[in-house]
Ligand binder design. Structure first.
Ligand code: SAM
Length: 242
């Protein structure tokens, strides 16, 4: 289900303790515009309207939605937040102050960052895995690889999959309509496999192009996505239908 509007207005209308897992990458507060200059792509294919938050508003904005995430999550619920490093401190602070326990701080490495000459190319995001109750949360140890499985070079496939640095390429959608930024489906699939079960309720308060909804639906989870930009919400609805 897609709810088109402001997450800060819509989240308080959702019932308390009704969601099993929140998976989201919130706006970045880096004056991101989603223009072609960001990724050297054909702007005709990029749907306009990305909604950014100013840096001065970011701490209060983050605190508000993280507090709501806590309220709507079930007592054994968890949350995965994807963030760049620029304003990660605001997210870490909110998560801690609201009461979540951090289980893992995953690094997601991808294959292209913005080319730079005077500093290193930034090619990773942070993925915070946080829970309400550190003694009771969903984690399916063997959901992708049994403990007995070996990789071609003789390592444990299970161990390799569960190390906290994930290399997952970003998706290219050449010649197709797209929003300014989106998560790869493989990243969301991995998160939902380990930390949710069929029938669970998945929430993404910042749905964008709808990736979390698309993957949740394919994996037999129920889902709610909130998106403030009308054209993005429509695009996400079409993607889910397709
Ligand atoms: C980083 S993008 C999410 C991308 C998404 N994960 C995907 O795979 O397409 C953040 C999204 O949050 C939306 N957004 C920003 N502020 C919002 C708010 N207050 N309520 C709901 N959505 C908001 C932006 O328009 C943008 O689509």
């Amino acid at each position: 289900m897609i709810l088109n509007g402001d997450a800060l207005t819509i989240l308080p209308t959702l019932p308390a303790a009704s969601v099993d897992i929140v998976v989201t990458d919130p706006p970045f507060a880096i004056e991101f515009s989603g223009t072609p200059a960001n990724y050297n792509r054909n702007d005709a294919n990029v749907i306009e309207g990305y909604h950014e938050i100013s840096q001065s508003e970011y701490p209060a904005f983050t605190r508000s939605w993280v507090q709501e995430a806590w309220r709507v999550l079930k007592p054994n619920g968890c949350m995965y937040i994807v963030s760049g490093w620029s304003n990660l401190n605001d997210i870490l602070t909110a998560v801690k102050e609201v009461g979540f326990t951090t289980v893992n701080h995953v690094i997601w490495q991808f294959q292209f960052g913005v080319f730079t000459r005077n500093k290193y190319v930034s090619s990773h995001y942070h993925v915070l895995f946080v829970v309400k109750n550190p003694r009771h949360y969903t984690y399916h140890l063997e959901c992708r690889h049994p403990l007995s499985e070996r990789t071609k070079d003789g390592r444990s496939a299970n161990y390799a999959d569960r190390e906290d640095v994930w290399y997952i390429p970003r998706e290219f959608w050449p010649g197709q309509k797209k929003t300014a930024t989106k998560l790869p489906e493989a990243l969301v699939e991995k998160i939902l496999a380990y930390s949710s079960s069929p029938g669970d309720v998945v929430l993404d308060p910042f749905l964008g192009s709808g990736t979390v909804g698309v993957v949740a639906q394919r994996m037999g989870r129920r889902w709610i996505g909130i998106e403030i930009v009308d054209a993005y919400a429509e695009f996400a609805a079409d993607r889910v239908k397709a």
